[in-house]
Design a protein around this ligand. Structure first.
Ligand code: GCB
Length: 629
């Protein structure tokens, strides 16, 4: 993006969206709230890492007030909790399952003795939704936001070769100052606290991703940003590198292809590397170069090295087309969730690989990280598998209108300036973490906000500007809810792609597919007429009980799910501006209890344990044929 355009964008980002300051009374002076972490830790010739996953001592805070005190002392408990996993479904204990507030995880850690002279960090890949890291009794990191990493430099606190007590306190409370938003309710009858929220997936909490202890040399690479391009058959990696304070030595770059051959070299902290006879990263045909950044001293000794898997590709939106490497791309796939039995949102490599196998089997080329950032492992895996990702922030449930006409969402006591500041921070952290992934082709900054609410424009305009100022190389979008129509929606002009979530035939016109077809067609044609933009249907689907069959094709049956998807596809195929279809959902998933959900949301094309419903076979047929076109 041109500098002037960038500056004018920055002008509409108010100072209230500044990086949060640390005003929490429990945080000590030198702990910066939500400090941006370094690059994902890795083992290289100059870096080391120790995985801290396993069984940790675990306990829930005994009173709601324990947040007011910093954590001190060894945990007295007989509970052990696996990391990574959400804690809610692990124990056979309703009090833990329903707990609202802080929980504590604790274990002993030894800093390897070979790390003396290095700098070392504790890093949690996430703590849902607020985390505090303690080394022995000292608070060293504080982070709000449940799906992005944070870390603490512990070099000066523990000597290499020594042991320390690591405690991570995790809080699952959602308020109007968090994303997603929520409200804690207290029963007038028993005083029991419950967490209310406005999104349709269970509020799993805890340490659902890995925890690491890692080392870097004192002079090290802190961050790398790459933006790729190509001209003819020459690839380009535009890069920018930041190094640790006190780094006096030079940055050198080598680009290595998949066969191990160095194909280009360069030096300096910022620049462009040209790659002759480039092999592009393509959907379904990933190709990754190793962008190797090193800090080298005058005698050519390497002090630090970071290896960044880099796919060279471009993404451009042109009129109603979504172009990857100049070719129209049609999204097929799903909105997903991180969700499995017992482990909740806990990362599991077996499920990750299996889910990608199923995506491949069904002919899907993409997914959306509905409705929060997924693990970094998953983003890296998508890079390697050639799966395209729409990467979403945890801004879900900014919508109090569902089912209540005339309700207001944005206002001083509702979704307000503080929510907006948290939203800005969520955008910063997601972009910071995922900016280098070839698989990520678009940012979704929210799911189904009340974009027709009178406060929607004032809320979203600065956020869209912030997103563009942080990354001008990818389109931005949000997923639009059905009742914010092309007439009433107030924000879609701020975005590049129209992502629409629609449930004709399910929440409206239930069981009446002929009516639903007319309603869907009219709706889509309205958007086509008003905007010259690509349309991706980011949600459509029907709750379906696996094994329920009916010859009449009634709702909840496998037949109905197939018939409904088929109807949607007929409509999509008649509209030129359609650039993709993501069925809701890849698999059945857990939600909060309620009369409308029987053990969760059943819109999965696969069951929660990943068995195909009839719709999976129907989609496989369609998507495999689309691929051949
Ligand atoms: C939606 C939401 C999604 C829900 C889905 C449903 O519009 O975006 O989070 O799970 O509908 O099944 O109701």
């Amino acid at each position: 993006m041109k500098l002037l355009a960038r500056l004018s964008l920055l002008a509409i980002i108010p100072s209230s969206l500044a990086v949060p300051t640390n005003d929490n009374q429990i945080a000590s002076r030198d702990v910066v709230l939500n400090a941006l972490p370094m690059l994902k830790p890795q083992r290289s010739l100059s870096r080391d890492l120790v995985n801290l996953d396993g069984l940790w001592k675990f306990s829930v805070a005994t009173s709601a007030n324990s947040t007011a005190q910093p954590w001190t002392g060894p945990l007295v408990t007989d509970l052990e909790c696996p990391v990574p996993a959400s804690y809610n479904d692990i124990f056979v204990d309703r009090a833990i399952h329903d707990h609202v507030g802080w929980v504590y995880y604790q274990r002993d850690v030894i800093v390897p003795k070979g790390w003396s002279g290095e700098q070392y960090f504790v890093r949690a890949e996430s703590a849902t939704h607020e985390g505090q890291i303690y080394v022995n009794d000292r608070l060293v990191a504080h982070h709000v936001g449940g799906y992005t990493p944070f870390e603490a430099d512990v070099t000066d606190l523990v000597t290499a070769g020594q042991q320390f007590r690591l405690t991570i306190a995790v809080n699952n409370i959602l308020t109007f100052e968090t994303l997603p938003p929520g409200k804690v309710m207290t029963s007038a009858l028993t005083g029991k606290r419950t967490q209310k929220y406005y999104h349709d997936f269970y509020n799993y909490a805890g340490l659902a991703r890995s925890v690491w202890l890692y080392s870097v040399p004192k002079q090290h690479i802190q961050d790398i940003t790459v933006v790729t391009d190509y001209k003819g058959n020459t690839g380009m990696i535009n890069y920018n590198i930041t190094v640790a304070k006190g780094t006096t030595r030079k940055v050198q770059i080598a680009v290595i292809d998949e066969s191990g051959k160095t194909v280009a070299e360069g030096s300096g902290a910022t620049g462009t590397i040209n790659i002759p006879s480039v092999k592009l990263w393509q959907p379904g045909a990933a190709y990754l170069y190793n962008f190797r950044a090193s800090i080298v001293d005058s005698s050519k000794k390497t002090l630090d090295t970071y290896n960044l898997a880099t796919g060279i590709r471009t993404v451009v939106v042109k009129n109603t087309q979504f172009l990857i490497n100049g070719k129209p791309f049609y999204f097929t796939g799903f909105g997903k969730h991180e969700d499995t039995n017992v482990r909740g949102k806990g990362h599991d490599q077996a499920y990750m690989v299996h889910d990608f196998q199923l995506l491949n089997w069904i002919g899907a080329n993409s997914f959306r990280t509905s409705h929060y950032p997924y693990t970094e492992e998953m983003m890296e895996y998508a890079d390697r598998r050639g799966i395209v990702v729409i990467d979403e922030t945890p801004a879900v449930g900014l919508n109090f209108g569902l089912g209540t006409p005339g309700s207001v969402t944005f206002g001083p006591d509702l979704i307000n300036n503080k929510t907006q500041a948290a939203h800005a921070q969520a955008i910063r952290e997601l972009f910071h973490r995922d900016k280098n992934h070839a698989s990520v082709v678009m940012w979704s900054i929210a799911n189904e906000p009340a974009s027709d609410d009178k406060g929607a424009r004032a809320y979203f305009e600065p956020l869209a500007a912030l997103a563009r100022s942080l990354d001008s190389s990818r389109p931005i979008t949000f997923a639009n809810v059905f009742f914010a129509t092309h007439v009433t929606d107030k924000i879609s002009d701020l975005f590049d792609v129209l992502c629409l979530n629609r449930y004709y035939g399910w929440y409206t016109e239930t069981g009446e597919l002929a009516d639903a077809e007319v309603a869907l067609t009219t709706d889509l044609q309205g958007w086509v007429k008003k905007y010259n933009k690509p349309i991706v249907m980011t949600e459509y689907g029907a709750d379906t009980v696996s094994g329920l069959h009916t010859v009449l094709g009634l709702p909840w049956s496998e037949e109905y799910q197939v018939a409904m998807l088929t109807m949607y596809h007929r409509v999509f195929d008649s509209i030129k501006a359609m650039a993709g279809e993501h069925v809701w959902n890849f698999a059945d998933f857990q939600t909060s209890m309620g009369t409308g959900r029987v053990d969760g949301n059943k819109k999965g094309v696969f069951t929660r344990d990943r068995r195909p419903k009839a719709a999976a076979h129907a989609l496989k047929e369609r998507w495999t044929n689309l691929k051949k076109k």
